[in-house]
Design a binder for this molecule. Structure first.
Ligand code: FEO
Length: 164
């Protein structure tokens, strides 16, 4: 049986993953509104990954006999600026998620909750990939700038993202 402390922390992380999906859906729609269909596609795929991250935590919580306590999902911002700003904000958000996962991992350790620690290892590794992937996009965007033809080439490349 999972402790109440760990249960509350997992419920909070589930809400954060759901907010991430909400945020990326909004960012994707923002990019689609500027005709950047590839960036919009990438963000839509990212949103569904975040929903999957929440679902995986929900399954774990329930498997441990915990209680799922879903909270209201915060509204994302209404505007995100240009594409470079969108991905800078994505990177910033992923860093926030990484800090939250690391804190959760530390809590599992402090609680001697080995099952949670092992389950959270997947998220620790996932965050390394998430930050590296988004960091690369930010670097590419800074290299080409958000004016001129190169950004449309990047847009078409982003449109090829498949589901992991
Ligand atoms: Fe579920 Fe992008 O962190």
């Amino acid at each position: 049986m999972i402790s109440k402390t760990m249960q509350d922390a997992l419920n909070a992380q589930i809400n954060l993953e759901q907010y991430s999906a909400q945020l990326y859906l909004a960012m994707g729609a923002h990019c689609a509104g500027k005709s950047f269909k590839g960036f919009a596609h990438w963000l839509a795929v990212q949103a569904s990954e975040e929903t999957a991250h929440a679902a995986k935590l929900i399954t774990f919580l329930l498997d441990r006999g915990g209680k799922l306590e879903l909270q209201a999902i915060a509204a994302p911002p209404k505007d995100f600026g240009g594409v470079i700003q969108v991905f800078e904000q994505t990177l910033g958000h992923e860093k926030t998620i990484t800090a939250s996962i690391n804190a959760l991992f530390e809590l599992a350790r402090a609680e001697k909750d080995h099952a949670s620690e092992i389950a959270l290892q997947w998220y620790v590794t996932e965050q390394v990939e998430e930050e590296a992937g988004v960091g690369e996009i930010v670097d590419h965007l800074h290299a080409v700038g958000d004016q001129g033809g190169a950004i449309w080439y990047l847009d078409s490349k982003m449109g090829k993202r498949g589901k992991r």
